[in-house]
Every structure is written in C-alpha cells, then in structure tokens.
Design a protein. Structure first.
Length: 139
C-alpha cells in the first residue's frame, strides 16, 4: 500500500510540475467525468494530456503521448499514452500503455474507450490487460 501511494503521489507531482512550468500563462482545459477503469471511477483530465483516475478498486495516472484522427469529418479519434496504476486492497501496482478511441458526442462532451496492456510489478513482472470506458465534459 505504501509503495502504491508513493507511485501515485510521484505521478501527481510530475504532472503538477509540468503544468506549472510553462513560460507563458495559457488556458488549461479541464475535463471531469466518470468511467469504469479502476472499478467505478472519477476522472479528471488536464490539457487533454494528463488523466487522473480514482475509483473503488484503485487509482491510475496516464500521460497521453500522441493523438490523431482518422478523418477530419469523423468525430472519432485515437490516442496512445503511458501511465501507472495501483489497487487499494491487493497492493498491486504497475505500468500500463493506454490505446484508445475518443468520440466527440456534442460540444464539450466526449466518450472514450481504451484497452491498456499492463505490467504488474507487485510480486514480479506479470503481463495482463485492462480496459476502460468513460464519459467526460470539458470546461
């Protein structure tokens, strides 16, 4: 449990430093929503890049590395990132690589789905796969 708290705290600190280290003041996009990721989860996303997820079963942090679109006329786009996760009860933690699709439902609203290969590091390296489905609103 202690390792997982350190892991999540480190992710939050790195993201905070990156956000506040900008040379010029810029508008920060903030998205909030709900997802099924670490159980039923609350999601907060900053600048369409830093995604924080806290749920019934654990927490996760993802850094979205790259976003792209299939077609300019299609409201569906893709993304890939890197991140980490931790479970509250089982003390498990590890790294993950989210690969997802985002669908712009209407102005400010979007839905996303992702699969994320995971590397469980708790009792030795173990590969597994997870997934998430969520809805967010951007302010």
């Amino acid at each position: 449990m202690k390792k997982s708290r350190i892991f999540l705290t480190s992710g939050v600190l790195v993201a905070s430093c990156s956000v506040f280290a900008a040379d010029e003041p810029q508008k920060t996009d903030i998205s909030v929503g709900m997802a099924v990721d670490q159980g039923l989860s609350a999601v907060v996303e900053l600048d369409n890049t830093y995604r924080f997820t806290v749920g019934n079963d654990g927490g996760a942090f993802d850094y979205i590395l790259k976003r792209g679109s299939f077609d300019e006329n299609t409201p569906v786009s893709w993304y890939v990132g890197v991140g980490g996760w931790s479970e509250w009860d089982h003390k498990e933690f590890g790294a993950r690589v989210p690969l997802g699709l985002k669908w712009d439902i209407s102005q400010g609203w979007e839905m996303y789905g992702q699969i994320h290969p995971e590397l469980n590091l708790y009792s030795g390296p173990e590969l597994q796969i997870g997934g998430a489905l969520g809805v967010k609103y951007t302010f």
